[in-house]
Ligand binder design. Sequence first.
Ligand SMILES: NC(=O)c1ccc[n+]([C@@H]2O[C@H](COP(=O)([O-])OP(=O)(O)OC[C@H]3O[C@@H](n4cnc5c(N)ncnc54)[C@H](O)[C@@H]3O)[C@@H](O)[C@H]2O)c1
Length: 438
Amino acid sequence: MAVAELTTPTWTKQGLGSSHLSYLSARTSSCRRLSFRPLRRTHSSRISCSVNQTAQAPAAVETEVPKSNKPDCFGVFCLTYDLKAEEETKSWKKLINVAVSGAAGMISNHLLFKLASGQVFGPDQPIALKLLGSERSFQALEGVAMELEDSLFPLLREVQISIDPYEVFQDVEWALLIGAKPRGPGMERAGLLDINGQIFAEQGKALNAVASRNVKVIVVGNPCNTNALICLKNAPDIPAKNFHALTRLDENRAKCQLALKAGVFYDKVSNVTIWGNHSTTQVPDFLNAKINGLPVKEVITDHKWLEEEFTEKVQKRGGVLIQKWGRSSAASTAVSIVDAIKSLVTPTPEGDWFSSGVYTDGNPYGIAEGIVFSMPCRSKGDGDYELVKDVIFDDYLLKRITKTEAELLAEKRCVAHLIGGGVAYCDLPEDTMLPGEM
Ligand SMILES: NC(=O)c1ccc[n+]([C@@H]2O[C@H](COP(=O)([O-])OP(=O)(O)OC[C@H]3O[C@@H](n4cnc5c(N)ncnc54)[C@H](O)[C@@H]3O)[C@@H](O)[C@H]2O)c1
């Protein structure tokens, strides 16, 4: 069934201040009828479907001035615009609440519009966006919300902006945690782990207190694996399995490099795992990866390239991009967040898998427990995942996995004070932040 489509509305200002505009008419693409429910009115007023899109003069409304009963909403999203219950059950799904932190940042500037358009959760999934920013970014956050208003996305039913995670995370089913502090001049990596770790400890506590008990959390802000660990340790009432650290951009970059080397389009590349940390110790796995269903090592016979250049190309991609573009890779990161969500809400194609940084407890590979480590996952499309069992290892792969594992264990020691592990002890061997992601 076609999705309701909001068009140029006839509107009226109702003395509530400039942000309180009331939609009086709307139409659907299939010319169905929508109901409009001004808040605090006793009746729903049914508006006929109209295809007339010429600008109409503002119409006076003679009923009591509607006031929002959604104290935390933004502008036009304080008004309810919903389908009649019986239409809703037939066509649209129940509203989902999605929180995005760092919502005024560069990555979010791409991601939010994908979420609101239906590209991520589907064209029948209405969405409430709850935007978390920092104090410094609050005005920019209002700007973002205004752009969302002006985009007239039919599926976008609510927008809330705040700097308080306890407000923003209320009842959320997805939390996309992008906001983090960049590394300041002279700041050691350990310093960044601590400063951002505190943000994720607080956000973990807030999720634990107010989010849906089955919330899915994707941590993007760096260092994302250890931030995800901190977050999940501070949210003991939410399954640890629900927390992810984003390594999908690395997977996508690895697929692109393999496709380029093999001279095939990237849809022919499958079964690519990124093992470990989202840092320069990450391990893009070419042993288990396939091209046209064949092992990569059979298709790319230049094994020296695979062992010596491929990994570096994946790791340095962000840095090269900054040199060309003058800014970091926000658009492709947003795309990879979309990919990561879609991988959890749609069944994984037969025989394939995707990478995600997930909690290691119970993993079948012998990786140390109690850390967040990127591993190969499959999903039935229900938001959950299972780890893939039928992968192979050789000495080359194991050696590198051990190195990235050691790094994550060192990061864990560094943030012990934030995860209930006693006194922190920081012995990070080297700086392994990915170029371009400070
Ligand atoms: N995992 C990945 O694949 C990947 C890829 C690219 C970037 N990153 C990381 O994502 C993060 C965001 O990148 P960006 O380019 O959007 O940065 P950005 O600086 O453009 O945006 C970050 C936003 O977060 C906000 N913020 C800071 N502290 C906050 C807090 N406590 N709560 C809410 N918001 C807060 C800032 O005000 C800013 O608006 C960085 O840490 C970056 O390193 C991760």
